[in-house]
Design a protein around this ligand. Structure first.
Ligand code: NOJ
Length: 985
């Protein structure tokens, strides 16, 4: 080899040096895998996977050791009870597991299995632990708020086969549960077919309590089989993770030993399963037991602060919702695994080929899921659909529908870590106005506090918080301030003194106050499972206690997994103790929910006058969540990165959350870590305009990136995206209302809107806004000039801005230059919007409406509008407008019909809204026969001022160059809250 001497080699060395330096100084942006367990590092995950492997290797020679004792079975008032007996391999010992199967009025079935010995407290704990002996049975208390009424119609059928009990239930008795006695299993049947099968693969496993027997390690001689102890199989039992478990320098004392619960749930004939957020990766969940493009680990649900998280991964994130939907053509079913402990879910699929191919009958795919949690009850709800909407609404009936937020909360939120002074906040506020950019909320991250002591203000940087809030209020804007659950352990801080003296913090395994490390340094954690802690927390938010907060201040709860910098997997030790002596292990995934619950209730009780007035709706943002958190506010997907992959990943993540009951979701616009290019920032705003929760946020080390800083043309394009969001707020608010009454997602994936369109089931990069027929395809690739939009049916779709027509199922290439948001309107819908640009949502309150009538192929269209004061709870007393707009092609009439139910405050509200009118009707796809029409007849119910009937002008614009014809009715002057009709012929 020649020595490096020539100029080119000098360049090469220089380049090498530069790349080395870059590698050294460019921050590596990747999760620290070593901080989080893989399945192989989790005892119960390994044990349950090993169990599954053994079951499959034993094949037909395996029999599940769980059998329902037929003599124990009773059925009364919609509920079957009995005892499952788990027979240990020696045959002598039998473990009793009480079973309840409850058939609910809604058509949902619930299977619950407990452990008798532990129910009775008949066990001993190791290490003198004070922990509770029962299996955790309070997840229901936090997650479930309704839908538990027991079915009156459910009944045991006489036609059951030998060894089974058959219960007929559900609406008009169309569902059946076939309970198999030995081995125990349940098949849930609809339309004569098994839709959901429990324990069909025999993976049910309840690790029963057992005392630790100190034994000499047994020598296993060559050729000799090891002794079998667990679950009726021949296996070498590895006890190494039964009694204590170490990870990352922390040892979990596990005073109850092994206690996991597991079940396999098969969806026969279902190729797609969705849900179990929060994960990155596709909405249609992947297989998890290896193989090309599959994952190797199960999906994990263990709420964690995962720094710099990976793309396309089954790793856990900040929140978890153990609810899954399975979908096939014309049928959706679901399960909700109500367990708050660490949980993993394995997914595999098997193709079943058809013997009847010659008859044109194709094979199908079955999806097998295997769920296991570290402890707690086995408690599973089964939903038999048959539509996606049926499943999400039944799940929502149990866990609650999403909160109907205040109007401001669905506008744009401007955040960064941090706005550094109150003057900084005022300046940003002024700049938004200067550049005529709408926004509703500015946010304060942790630096506003005095040394990370929550409920205080830094006296040097925020000397005048009330003055700052007053400036925001002048344009009906709000402030959101962060309050985290860790309380600084510092002398003279009254909050920590109270926390300690009232004994309201989480305890360690010895029963002492638990101390860990977070933003403030040494900290304690409020235990929001404790009712006394809730009362105390409530008192802290009172206007006279949290000095410096006015009525336009709302709250952000972060780090509530909880994040503990020096804890195992950046959270609390599992053997910490909460109120009632429940171990942290039992309820970890609920922790975040309980903090938000406390904050939500605190915001309801900030002072007497607000309470008297019926209160204003709280706004709380949370990072950590569980089933039920949707009742209390919004969530965001945590610390993403300023790159195109994270922008793309945000869409399936938000869609996934939407079909899992938590639709008020968003991702940090611009990306939290790093500095986005201007193109990326612009595309992110265009995407964010279609996130239900729309907030720009950035890490403390990033450059400032408020929209007005981007410069031309970016600032103008971002402003257009924000204005689009604001003009569509009526459609958004209507979608939120729908979610709040029936659990439908606010932004919806293709399968939800087109449940029969098999080709589109896995599509997760475009979204429909509520029931409006608006279909957005955010651009998530650098340099894109067009995108493919997938249409799930043969209806006509029209470009939102220029009415270009797209027809035909499948992909269509749609222009998408940087200044263009690919946005289509599906024929057959009517979209409400408000077109006057304002500074904030609140200032649009009295603005007139435009209705965009997008005619379907059959010439008809309809749509809805929900409207209220956007702030108070008065809508619960009927203070709202809920209209259905129908364009009837036969009569050639557009009508406004009332969908509201009259209440105490209806009249008063309608009076206040009397001056809010429809200022324009745009009809897209207007028939050519309208060319000659110059006037239409308007009829308004009881409108004395303008007369019941009047004629108004219509202008017609013919179709040209692939664009649809359209017509405009200007100023029909009809009231938004009134009944009226406009006759076009
Ligand atoms: C972590 C949150 O995810 C992030 O959004 C926030 O800025 C920091 N904590 C600081 O509070």
């Amino acid at each position: 080899m020649l020595p490096f001497s020539g100029p080119s080699s000098r360049w090469a060395s220089l380049l090498a040096l530069v790349s080395l330096l870059c590698a050294l100084f460019t921050p590596t942006v990747a999760v620290k895998h070593e901080n989080f367990k893989t399945c192989a590092q989790s005892g119960f995950c390994t044990r349950n996977r090993a169990y599954a492997d053994q079951v499959s290797s034993l094949g037909a020679s395996f029999t599940s050791p769980y059998a329902l004792d037929p003599k124990s079975v009773t059925f009364s008032k919609g509920q079957l009870t009995g005892t499952i007996v788990k027979t240990l391999p020696n045959g002598a010992e039998k473990i009793k597991l009480p079973l309840t199967i409850t058939f609910l009025e809604s058509g949902t079935a619930r299977v619950t299995v407990d452990e008798e010995k532990r129910q009775k407290g008949d066990i001993t704990l190791r290490h003198d632990s004070k922990a509770r002996k029962e299996r955790y049975n309070e997840a229901e208390k936090w997650a479930i708020v309704g839908g538990l009424a027991v079915s009156k119609g459910a009944a045991v059928s006489k036609e059951a086969k030998q060894g089974t009990t058959r219960v007929v239930y559900g609406p008009a008795g169309i569902f059946q549960a076939v309970i198999k006695h030995a081995p125990f299993g349940v098949e849930f049947v609809r339309d004569g077919e098994v839709q959901v099968d429990f324990n069909g693969k025999g993976l049910m496993n309840m690790e029963h309590w057992r005392p630790k027997i100190e034994k000499e390690p047994k020598e296993v001689k060559e050729g000799e089989e090891p002794v079998v102890e667990e679950a009726g199989m021949r296996s070498s039992e590895d006890e190494s993770t039964w009694w204590d478990e170490s990870f990352g320098g922390n040892t979990d004392s596990k005073p109850r030993g092994p206690e996991s619960v597991a079940m396999d749930v098969t969806f026969p004939g279902y190729e797609h399963v969705f849900g179990i957020p929060e994960h990155t990766g596709p909405m249609s969940l992947k297989q998890t037991r290896g193989g090309e493009s599959n994952y190797n680990d199960p999906y994990r649900l263990y709420n964690s602060d995962v720094f710099e998280y990976d793309m396309d991964s089954p790793m856990t994130l900040y929140g978890s919702i153990p609810f899954m939907q399975a979908h096939k053509k014309d049928s959706t079913v679901g399960v909700f695994w109500l367990n708050a402990a660490e949980t993993w879910v394995d997914i595999t699929k098997s193709k079943v080929s058809s013997n009847l191919l010659s008859l044109g009958i194709e094979g199908h795919t079955d999806t097998h899921t295997h769920w296991f949690s570290e402890g707690g009850l086995l408690d599973v709800f089964v939903f038999l659909g048959p539509t996606p909407k049926d499943v999400t609404s039944a799940y929502g009936e149990l866990t609650g529908y999403t909160q109907l937020p205040q109007q401001f909360a669905i506008g744009y939120h401007q955040c960064r870590w941090n706005y550094v002074t109150d003057e900084d906040v005022r300046d940003v506020d002024r700049k938004f106005d200067k550049f005529k950019i709408p926004y509703d909320v500015i946010w304060l991250d942790i630096e506003y506090t005095d040394g990370k002591k929550y409920f205080t203000w830094d006296p040097h940087t925020f000397p005048d918080p009330l003055g700052m809030e007053k400036q925001l209020d002048a344009h009906d804007r709000k402030l959101v301030a962060i309050i985290d659950p860790h309380i600084k352990n510092e002398g003279g801080y009254p909050i920590v003194d109270e926390l300690k003296s009232k004994d309201l913090a989480v305890h360690n395994k010895n029963g002492d106050i638990y101390e860990g490390w977070c933003w403030p340094g040494s900290s304690y954690w409020i235990d929001c499972f404790n009712p006394a802690a809730l009362t105390w927390w409530k008192s802290l938010f009172r206007y006279d206690k949290f000095i410096g907060t006015a009525r336009n201040v709302f709250i952000w709860n972060d780090m509530n997994e909880p994040s503990v910098f020096n804890g195992p997997e950046t959270t609390m030790p599992k053997d910490n103790l909460h109120h009632g002596n429940w171990e942290h292990r039992d309820l970890h995934n609920l922790n975040g929910l309980t903090l938000v619950n406390a904050t939500y209730n605190a915001l309801l009780a900030r002072d007497k006058s607000e309470e008297k007035a019926g209160g204003v709706r709280p706004f709380v943002l949370t990072r950590s969540f569980f089933s039920g958190s949707q009742r209390m506010g919004a969530m965001w997907t945590g610390d993403n990165q300023a790159n195109w992959e994270h922008l793309a990943a945000s869409i399936p993540m938000i869609l996934s959350l939407g079909v899992s009951g938590f639709p008020f979701a968003g991702a940090d616009v611009g990306g939290f870590f790093g500095n986005p290019s201007k193109e990326l920032l612009t595309r992110w705003y265009q995407a964010g305009a279609f996130y239900p929760f729309f907030r720009g946020h950035a890490h403390i080390d990033t450059r400032r990136r408020e929209p007005y800083l981007a410069g031309s043309p970016y600032t103008e394009i971002i402003t257009q995206a924000l204005r689009l969001r604001y003009s569509l707020l009526p459609a958004w608010y209507t979608a939120f209302h729908e979610a709040s009454v029936n659990g439908s997602p606010i932004v919806r994936p293709n399968y939800f809107v087109h449940p029969t369109d098999e080709r589109g089931f896995a599509i997760d990069d475009q979204l429909y806004l509520g029931s409006t027929g608006l279909l957005a395809k955010p651009v998530t690739a650098e340099g894109a000039e067009s995108v493919d939009v997938y249409l799930g049916d043969h209806e006509s779709y029209y470009d939102y801005f220029d009415f270009t027509v797209y027809t035909g199922k499948g992909k269509h290439n749609v222009p998408a230059k940087l200044d263009t948001i690919p946005l289509l309107m599906r024929g057959g819908h009517i979209i409400p919007r408000r077109e006057r640009p304002r500074r904030s949502a609140g200032l649009m309150k009295w603005d007139p409406f435009t209705l965009v009538v997008v005619l379907g192929k059959d010439g008809n269209a309809d749509g809805t509008l929900y409207l209220d004061d956007g702030a108070s709870f008065d809508h619960e007393a009927g203070a709202y407008v809920h209209r259905r707009f129908v364009f009837d092609n036969d009569a050639v009439v557009l009508r406004s019909e009332d969908l509201a139910t009259e209440g105490k405050k209806t009249k008063e509200y309608l009076r206040a809204m009397a001056r809010v009118r429809v200022e324009k009707v745009v009809v897209v796809g207007a028939p050519a026969t309208w060319k000659a029409v110059t006037q239409v007849e308007v009829n308004e119910e009881g409108d004395k001022s303008s007369g019941a009937k009047r004629m108004v002008g219509l202008s017609y614009h013919g179709a040209e160059g692939g664009k649809a014809a359209w017509a405009v009715v200007r100023d029909p002057g009809v009231g938004i809250g009134r009944g009226w009709s406009i006759a076009f012929a």
